[in-house]
Write a protein that binds this ligand. Structure first.
Ligand code: TRH
Length: 376
């Protein structure tokens, strides 16, 4: 699209946690930075947004940030000019008055519903299907992120992988020192922990405390810090460091998105969740463990298997990794599966680099969106 400045409206409702706004914010910034897109981002919950981006003014209806306009999406939606491209993130429903205004435009805007990420096979067939509006001459296109060239791809900024490659051990030590993490003590394994409520966590913490390796777990705020604090019997605040035998846990503050990326690059193993941290852990090219967002009737386990099958193809130790991920997302004894997992971490790191090499051959989500919109 270079040279065609276009106006984009991105609509985001925060269902829970940080993933919805996390994805929209990264995408908005990439479209603005790399494609000169003129972005207006509508968000219904600026409090959640301010965790990822502390400069957000949580009670401002209109504000400008990094070359974009950020609008508080309130129920009394104002009359505004409709953009050329309208992204409705994760099936959030657009304001009725806005849809009517879309229908009144001489040239209908391109209307895209950005879907959740899944590695399931059906995604390739559903990507870019269109659905006509019941009453208006408008068409909505379903845009599916994914892991294959026939999906919408993954969010990956143009220079992400080169900046990641240039980030070496000494950058990692410097970055972690800024968070109060002391220099690595011998063979200590550094782990970052970002998860939902997880019944497996107490047993895993005990395994880490009693196991043979020195482990330092950097614990993100919210559900992870609360659960670790419950296990310790004392609160784990940002900056606090507590030890139990071989295990040291350290509370972290909530980091900016680029700070969180660096945390993933600096740790040896990353526990991630949801959607955006799960993708960023892949770009980090370190062994990672995903806690998928739980859904009713365990439908999330189908998504989990679909990803494991793609990611672990041709990895000789795939069963070891699968078993540990399945335990982390379910039930059963986790200690032994951790010991097996940590034993293969060097080969898993190499495999993860190969996996990222394959993903990198497909285009990224912003690029695919722009090509779709401008028919390239
Ligand atoms: O927060 P999540 O669980 O988000 C979501 C939501 O639950 C959403 O409703 C659901 O549909 C989706 O998961 C699947 O996990 P996620 O997606 O990893 O988003 C977290 C965001 O927070 C991500 O952008 C990284 C960011 N983050 C920081 O910027 N700093 C931090 O310190 C941490 C821990 C996270």
């Amino acid at each position: 699209m270079q040279n065609n400045i276009s106006r984009w409206d991105i609509f985001c409702t925060v269902i829970d946690n940080y993933g919805d706004i996390g994805v929209c914010w990264r995408l908005a910034r990439q479209l603005a930075d790399e494609y000169d897109a003129d972005i207006r981002l509508w968000v219904d919950n600026l409090d959640s947004f301010s965790h990822l981006c502390p400069t957000i003014v949580t009670d401002a209806d209109v504000q400008h940030l990094e070359g974009m306009q950020i609008r508080r999406w309130r129920p009394d939606f104002p009359t505004v000019d409709v953009a050329d491209i309208v992204i409705e993130a994760f099936a959030c429903e657009l304001p009725a008055s806005y849809v009517e205004a879309m229908a009144e435009r001489k040239i209908a805007p391109i209307w895209i519903n950005l879907e959740y990420l899944s590695a399931e096979d059906w995604v390739d067939d559903s990507h870019l299907l269109a659905s006509p509006h019941k009453h208006h001459p408008l068409k909505k296109h379903f845009f599916f992120p994914g892991f294959t060239p026939t999906t919408g791809g993954l969010i990956r900024e143009r220079d992400l992988l080169s900046v990641r490659s240039a980030f070496d051990e000494s950058d990692a030590d410097k970055f972690l020192a800024g968070l109060g993490v002391p220099p690595r003590d011998g063979t200590e394994i550094r782990v970052s922990l970002f998860c939902y409520d997880n019944a497996m966590l107490p047993e895993l913490l005990q395994e880490w405390a009693d196991g043979p390796d020195r482990i330092r777990v950097l614990v993100t705020p919210g559900a992870p810090a609360r659960q670790v604090g419950d296990w310790l019997g004392e609160q784990l605040l940002p900056g606090t460091q507590l030890c139990r035998n071989k295990l040291t846990v350290q509370g972290l503050p909530f980091l900016s998105q680029s700070g969180y990326d660096r945390l993933l690059w600096a740790c040896d193993i990353n526990f991630v969740r949801g959607e955006d941290s799960f993708v960023r852990a892949q770009w980090a090219q370190r062994p990672f463990v995903w806690q998928i967002y739980p859904q009713t009737e365990n439908t999330h386990l189908i998504k989990l298997e679909a990803f494991l099958t793609r990611y672990l193809q041709n990895f000789p130790e795939s069963e070891t990794v699968k078993r540990f991920w399945q335990r982390w997302n379910g039930s059963g004894e986790i200690g032994a599966s951790w010991r097996d997992f940590v034993a293969v971490r060097a080969s898993l790191e190499l495999h993860t680099k190969v996996w990222v090499g394959q993903l990198d051959r497909t285009r990224n989500l912003a690029d695919n969106l722009v090509r779709f919109v401008f028919g390239k």
